[in-house]
Design a protein around this ligand. Structure first.
Ligand code: PEP
Ligand code: MN
Ligand code: NA
Length: 621
């Protein structure tokens, strides 16, 4: 039964000297707070109310502690720089575990540990892990308070950076606490940086600017809806509402309860005719989701409004359509590559009240990163705190440096983004970073084929996770690092959802902004010009554009792609952008078959049927 058992085997009861306020109306919440305090032995307990006064006080403490550097108030009002430890700069997938009772329920794409064994080990690590530090209790909602798709959780953490980030990234504090009523399901999210300041023997040590532990564990217990994260203060490892809850745990909840948690952006596009369409897009980490979500379209009369840039939850509404929300409250975007040329909307979003992590500091107290401007400043302090000049030969900002900012600051934010029960989805896009093979845009033949496109999504590896950059990595539905259960069962859930939605299902498309020619030059200008692919998608929805059947899907008639006013673009490049080369696709089909086989016997037969059909069509081409 969910939440009825304690997280750990307890050997000790709550400290008598700790005053433990019972703030929640739900006794399960209070009990859990007491239990964790007894284990982690913090100096005090702070229930976070989410108020601006609380945020201001925490921020001031972090400036004193050296965790945050206040940026120039005139240039970047209300904004701060954090420098993480060099050993704590990204999600650690090798230390991320799905701890289902049965290993086969985690599947081959996840690390697995038996829950009891994992908790026993974690219990040892958390024993006294908060000594000398406050323990913060952060109630939070994923989704608009009271919404039909919304879920609730509580994060316990010893990191004020996490509290502050959660206040920007989720609806945290008293508003969420009010919804944590007795009997309601909620997610327990426990986090410690694993850097106690005091020890059992009475010894103590001073704090450091970015406490963390060499040993890291990002663990998920999908059956009991719990998250336990140890040793990292960074982003997706530590802001547990985000990847851990809203993707890994929520995907498992969605599988059990008939809804979907996806690694997707959410936008609304309005055509020159004034008609608005809702699009979601699954793209792997650091392949331009945020840029696409905030696109300034380069075609006259078109408007893109932002609802979300990373996570979408979808559920069938009363009218039979698939409704979507962005469960988050802010953006945790990759800074490098973000500039007024590439993403002016993001640049406008982060002019104030933003936390920057691992970017460079300018001499006048502002921020800089590679790609913000064409030319680097003559002198900077790099992300590790060292002097830097363009001659240094190193990156001034870490490639995975981030900005954390409330969505409300985004000038293109759609008023519908807080629609409590979500907005109906018209089209789903899958995309990756593919130098070859994948055309700019095409449509799936139907939902099942769309699931095949999702399941076979691959992308060149980026800096968003540890590991080498550039290698082609399988990233089905962009969920490889985030599916909280067996990948084959997840694919089955997609197929089942489409069958259930029937003709009310969104249409499915694949896009690729990153195709290159023989010389390695990008064939497509990308960014705001991507609206031209979106325009074709909408023409398809409106039955205004024909498609050409190809072995891999329904391709555009090249002349239907609007390249009007696309300065310097050689129309001949369009042919290359849409080339489907049977020989190289046959190689890909072979690799895909091996890949499906590696996922194991649970891969839905439908996906092999789709693969066989593509194979046969390529043979015939
Ligand atoms: C993260 O690392 O917290 C994160 C948001 O992940 P990503 O950008 O890789 O999806
Ligand atoms: Mn992401
Ligand atoms: Na990497």
């Amino acid at each position: 039964m969910q939440n009825s058992e304690s997280s750990f085997e307890m050997t000790e009861h709550a400290h008598d000297h700790l005053d433990i306020p019972q703030r929640a109306a739900n006794p399960e919440v209070n009990d859990w707070v007491r239990e964790i305090a007894a284990l982690t032995k913090p100096s005090r307990i702070v229930w976070c109310d989410g108020s601006q006064a609380e945020i201001d006080a925490l921020t001031a403490e972090m400036v004193d502690a050296g965790t945050l550097i206040k940026l120039n108030e005139e240039l970047r009002p209300g904004s701060y720089l954090a420098r993480s430890d060099a050993g704590d700069v990204a999600r650690v997938e090798s230390r991320t575990y799905i701890c289902s009772e049965k290993e086969e329920d985690a599947g081959p794409t996840n690390n697995w540990r038996a829950p009891a064994e994992m908790k026993a080990e974690l219990s040892g690590l958390f024993d006294g892990s908060m000594r000398g530090r406050p323990m913060y209790v952060v109630p939070f909602a994923m989704g608009p308070l009271g919404g039909a798709i919304t879920q609730y959780g509580v994060e316990i953490t010893d990191s004020p950076y996490v509290v502050l980030s959660m206040a920007l990234m989720t609806r945290s504090g008293d508003g969420a606490l009010e919804h944590l009523t007795p009997g309601r399901d909620w997610v327990k999210a426990l986090h410690s940086v694993g850097f106690p300041l005091e020890f059992e023997d009475g010894a103590s040590r001073p704090d450091v600017a970015w406490p963390h532990n060499e040993s890291k564990y990002i663990t998920h217990f999908p059956e009991t809806r719990e998250i336990i994260s140890y040793g990292s203060g960074y982003g997706g490892n530590a802001l547990l509402g985000k990847k851990c809850f809203a993707l890994r745990i929520a995907s498992a909840m969605g599988h059990d309860e008939g809804w979907m948690a996806e690694h997707m952006l959410l936008i609304q596009v309005t055509s020159p005719e004034g008609k608005t369409y809702t699009l979601t897009g699954a793209f792997p980490s650091a392949t331009g989701k945020t840029n696409f979500a905030m696109m300034k379209p380069k075609l006259d009369g078109w408007k893109v409004e932002t609802l979300g840039d990373d996570i979408v939850w979808m559920r069938k509404a009363a009218d039979g359509r698939l409704n979507a929300i962005n469960p988050e409250f802010g953006f945790f975007g990759v800074a490098p590559g973000t500039g007024y040329d590439t993403n002016p909307v993001a640049m406008e979003t982060i002019t104030t009240n933003t936390i920057f992590t691992n970017v460079a500091l300018t001499d006048d107290g502002d921020v800089w990163w590679e790609g913000m401007t064409d030319e680097a400043p003559a002198h900077l302090i790099d992300w590790q705190g060292n002097d830097w000049t363009p001659e240094s030969g190193t990156k001034a900002a870490h490639p995975n440096a981030r900005f954390t900012v409330r969505a409300s600051q985004c000038p293109t934010l759609s008023p519908a983004w807080e629609a409590p029960d979500g907005v109906p989805v018209d089209a789903i896009l899958f995309g990756g970073r593919r130098a070859s093979n994948v055309p700019l845009v095409f449509e799936s033949k139907d939902w099942k084929h769309g699931c095949f496109l999702g399941a076979t999504l691959a992308s060149e590896q980026t800096a968003a996770a540890e590991g080498p950059v550039g290698i082609l990595r399988r990233d089905p539905f962009a969920m490889q690092p985030f599916a909280g259960y067996h990948m084959a069962d997840y694919w089955g859930h997609w197929l089942k959802t489409g069958a259930d939605l029937g003709d009310k299902a969104p249409r499915i498309f694949q896009v690729n902004w990153f195709r290159k020619d023989q010389d390695g030059t990008f064939l497509w200008p990308g960014f705001g010009e991507n609206v031209r692919a979106v325009k074709w998608i909408i023409d398809r929805l409106e039955n205004r554009a024909d498609s050409i059947e190809s072995p891999i899907g329904q391709l555009p008639v090249t002349s239907d792609i609007d390249i009007s006013g696309l300065d310097g673009f050689d129309p001949a490049a369009l042919d290359e952008i849409f080339t489907v080369d049977p020989a190289s696709w046959l190689v890909e089909v072979g690799v895909t078959r091996e890949y499906f086989d590696s996922i194991g016997e649970k891969v839905p037969a439908t996906l092999y049927t789709e693969l066989d059909a593509v194979h046969a069509a390529l043979d015939a081409a």
